[in-house]
Design a protein around this ligand. Structure first.
Ligand code: OMP
Length: 213
């Protein structure tokens, strides 16, 4: 695990974004942990979050032309990633986002920001069933642009309906990499190294044994 990944897990736990307990997921599964990116809810937290996403963009080596933040949660994520790439990596990249409702006045349409042209890097929080990402692929396809990859904060590494995870299905179906700042495996390593957090390890390991890929 790289230093920025360890720092990211610590940061997410400190902000209460990554929590341990009992949480019912969209899928109906009861998970011993939950990642709520909406809790990076101050200016400083968002600035730091952008730096972690930017580090992961650079680390991934994915070549792209435009960052895309899907409405709603992807929008501040793509914006803060773009800011951090410019300020900390000297990379000034175009970025854009979509609205959920088309606008029929002013600039009109559902896309805002840089034109959605070329290779698109999608920035999102968590993929579970992959529903949201499939919608984004349609938006990109409709503009004749190509998806270059997807970057999310946490890969939960759990099965979808079949043996593959929703992330693996997206990689297979669209032929693009899906990368994450951290994965469940790294969260487990972090827990194992922390005297206090170690108590959560058995429940998370049991969950992985049941639903993991
Ligand atoms: P899909 O659009 O089906 O891939 O689901 C992604 C959604 O899962 C997120 O936008 C959240 O609503 C939710 N989620 C989390 O945010 N964090 C988690 O740790 C787990 C889930 C989830 O419900 O599976």
């Amino acid at each position: 695990m790289q230093t920025y990944q360890r720092d990211f897990i610590r940061f997410a736990i400190e902000r209460g974004v990554l929590r341990f307990g009992q949480f019912t997921l969209k899928s109906g599964r009861v998970s011993p942990y939950f990642f709520n990116a909406g809790l990076f809810d101050s200016g400083l937290a968002l600035a730091k979050l952008g730096r972690f996403y930017a580090a992961a963009v650079v680390d991934s080596g994915i070549s792209f032309d435009v960052l895309f933040g899907p409405a709603y949660k992807g929008i501040p994520l793509a914006a803060s990633t773009g800011v951090a790439l410019a300020e900390h990596h000297g990379i000034d990249t175009p970025w854009c986002f979509n609205r959920k409702e088309a606008k029929d006045h002013g600039e009109g349409g559902t896309l805002v920001g840089a034109p959605l042209n070329g290779r698109i890097l999608i920035i999102d929080d968590v993929i579970t069933a992959g529903t949201a990402i499939r919608e984004v692929m349609q938006i990109i396809g409709a503009q004749n642009a190509q998806a270059a990859g997807v970057l999310i904060a946490l890969d939960r590494q759990e099965r979808g309906r079949g043996e593959l995870s929703a992330i693996q299905e997206v990689e297979r179906d669209f032929g693009i990499p899906v990368v994450s700042i951290v994965s469940l495996q790294q969260v487990l390593e972090y827990l194992a190294d922390d005297a206090e957090l170690k108590q959560h390890l058995p429940a998370v390991e049991a969950y992985r044994a049941e639903f993991g890929i």
